[in-house]
Every structure is written in structure tokens, then in C-alpha cells.
Design a protein around this ligand. Structure first.
Ligand code: NDP
Ligand code: OXD
Length: 309
């Protein structure tokens, strides 16, 4: 059986080693050295060259090497009828939760203000309420949002989440729909975005939504740059409606050197490294799915093309 690594981004060596460790019987090839096209059974795709995945007539599935599939789905020449499996990786989930907890705690304990005071050699005993008085809202309660919400709730935060369908997560309030979005934003002093980028969620963090949040709220976007209307965020930061923003993702990556986010005193930037797929654990997820598929069992999680995630 042959799997083909199709990516214009990253290095295949770590993936090759991970697959060799997980199942040495799988033949690992690297695009564009595909060999005879009819021999390719599965594709591993991340920032692939659009239009190339149609070249493999016996393709059984496409595995996204990332959790977000918006770029993959932008390829208008994907092979029809071939299932697409999203990345779920224990390391990806754990590291994203670390990122979210780090930045929620940073805002909760008023670190941006304390750092500013330190720069002016000012000793001010800023107070923070106990975690149960801090309301955190997570937009997206999927694989990543659910884990982050559960861990924040374990730390004692008053956590709510917003998703398409209602969720039951211990100690996490669940909101859905347009009214639910307005409600969760109105109650959240810290808003975390972990939504997929789809037609329904593009630009979801905009002036109208910032105005629904309590004044001075904090925004953490670890999903995609396309979720934020960047001009609206800059205006909301300048007016104080948003107190501070942490952005792991931006509309253009790498962020151009002249972009105002780089030097904005109320923006913390990280270079889309909140969490990275880790080949040793990710290969386990893919090999398990290949075995299921070969045994006639369902793979998961499958991308729903109509929902775009
Ligand atoms: P999932 O598909 O597991 O979860 C998506 C969540 O969003 C689900 O709860 C879903 O609701 C909800 N959702 C989707 N559309 C809507 C909508 N229109 N209204 C309300 N809720 C909606 O994704 P993951 O948790 O695995 O990943 C989330 C995103 O995180 C990825 O798409 C990717 O963009 C980003 N990411 C960023 C990384 C980084 O390093 N910065 C690393 C990895 C991922 P429901 O559950 O009801 O379907
Ligand atoms: C992902 C990412 O979607 O790393 O997995 O952004």
C-alpha cells in the first residue's frame, strides 16, 4: 500500500520516520515523485499544490495533516467522492490547550498591565478576582475548544462555549445560534476563537461582535486570521472596547513587517505556533484510520463538505 505526502510546506522526513515506526509495510512517497499514479492509495495533504490530487485514480482517502481544512477545500479540483479525514492529534490538542490556558491566565492575572508597570519601574499591587469570577467564552467546542474549555473549567473559571449543536461538557455552559452568540459574547471577559474558517465564520470577530462584549474584554484568536476583521479590531483596541488581543493567526502569514499589529501596545502576536501537528502521534491517527478503512469500517473525523469543516 502506498501513501503520498503532498505538501509545499514543511519537511517530509519526520513524517516518513513516524510512518515507518507506525507501520513499516506502508510505502511512503513524496510528491511530485509519486511513481505510477495508480499505485497511490492515500494522500497526506497540507498546503498541497491545487489541482494535483485528481491525478490518482485509485485514491481511497485524503488525510489533512492539519485540523483546519479551509485551504484544502479551496482546491476546486479535488477528486470527487474521495473522503477527507481531518487531523485529530493528541499532541495538537494538548499544545492548543496549553496556549489557551497560558493566555487566559495572562489576562486573568493582568500580566500586560504588570509588564507595562515594570517598564516604568512602578510597584502597584493589581488585584485579580478568583478564577470563578472570571467569565471565559470559547467560540468552537470541537476537538480543540472542548479540551481547552474543560481544562479552564478545572482551573475554576466560569466557562461557556458556542458551537453549532448543543454540548454537554461538565461545568461548561453551552450556547448555540445567533442569540447564543450574542449571549456568550455579552457575558465573556475573555473570548477565545477556536472555530474552523468557513463561509459562516469568516469575519465573525467584527465591530458588531466586539460591541457585544463587555468593555475592555480580551480576545484570543488561535483559529484563523480570516475570523477577524483586522481594521475593526484595531479600532476596538484603540477605543478600549477590546482591552488587548492575542493573535496566533492573521490574515496574511507571515505578517508583513509594516502591519500595525507588530508594534501595537495592546496586541500580543505569536507566529501561528499555538499548536503544531506532531508526526509521531498524528501518524497513529492516520494509520488507525487506514486500518479501519481497509477493514470496511468508517474513518473519522470526516470532513462534511456542506458544512466546510
Ligand atoms: P472541530 O471541527 O473539531 O470543531 C469546530 C467547532 O466549531 C465545533 O464545535 C463546531 O460545532 C463549531 N462550529 C463550526 N462552525 C460553526 C458555526 N457556524 N457556528 C457555531 N459553531 C460552529 O475543529 P478543531 O477543534 O479540531 O479545530 C478548530 C480550528 O482550530 C481549526 O479549524 C483550525 O482552523 C484551528 N487550528 C489552529 C491551530 C493553530 O496553531 N493556530 C492549530 C490547530 C487548529 P459542532 O461541534 O456543533 O459541529
Ligand atoms: C491546523 C494548524 O489547522 O496547524 O492544524 O493551523
Amino acid at each position: 500500500m502506498a501513501i503520498l505526502y503532498c505538501s509545499n510546506w514543511g519537511a517530509p522526513d519526520a513524517w516518513h520516520a513516524a510512518f515507518r515506526a507506525e507501520d513499516p509495510s506502508l510505502e511512503f512517497r513524496v510528491w511530485p515523485e509519486s511513481g505510477p499514479v495508480e499505485e497511490i492509495d492515500y494522500v497526506l495533504a497540507w498546503h498541497h499544490q491545487p489541482g494535483t490530487l485528481r491525478d490518482y485514480p485509485r485514491l481511497k482517502a485524503i488525510f489533512s495533516l492539519g485540523a483546519g481544512v479551509e485551504k484544502l477545500l479551496r482546491d476546486k479540483n479535488l477528486p470527487t467522492g474521495v473522503p477527507i479525514v481531518r487531523m485529530v492529534d493528541q499532541a495538537l490538542t494538548t499544545c492548543m490547550t496549553e496556549y489557551v490556558v497560558l493566555h487566559v491566565l495572562r489576562y486573568h492575572r493582568r500580566m500586560p498591565e504588570l509588564e507595562a508597570l515594570q517598564r516604568h519601574a512602578e510597584w502597584v499591587e493589581l488585584e485579580s478576582p478568583p478564577a470563578w469570577q472570571r467569565r471565559v467564552g470559547i467560540l468552537g467546542l470541537g476537538v480543540l475548544g472542548r479540551d481547552a474549555a474543560a481544562k479552564l473549567a478545572l482551573l475554576g473559571f466560569d466557562v461557556a462555549g458556542w458551537s453549532n449543536g448543543p454540548k454537554q461538557i461538565p461545568k461548561v455552559k453551552s450556547f448555540t445560534g445567533e442569540d447564543g452568540l450574542a449571549e456568550i459574547l455579552a457575558r465573556s471577559e475573555i473570548v477565545v476563537c477556536l472555530l474552523p474558517l468557513t463561509s459562516a465564520t469568516t469575519g465573525i470577530l467584527n465591530a458588531h461582535r466586539f460591541a457585544q462584549m463587555p468593555q475592555g474584554s480580551f480576545v484570543i484568536n488561535a483559529a484563523r486570521g480570516g475570523h477577524v476583521v483586522e481594521g475593526d479590531l484595531l479600532s476596538a483596541l484603540d477605543s478600549g472596547q477590546v482591552g488587548h488581543a492575542t493573535l496566533d493567526v492573521v490574515s496574511e502569514e507571515p505578517l508583513p513587517p509594516t502591519h500595525p499589529f507588530w508594534r501595537h501596545p495592546k496586541v500580543t502576536l505569536t507566529p501561528h505556533n499555538a499548536s503544531l501537528t506532531w508526526p509521531p502521534t498524528a501518524a497513529k491517527h492516520i494509520v488507525a484510520n487506514i486500518r479501519h478503512h481497509e477493514a470496511g469500517q468508517p474513518m473519522s473525523p470526516l470532513v462534511d463538505l456542506a458544512r466546510e469543516y
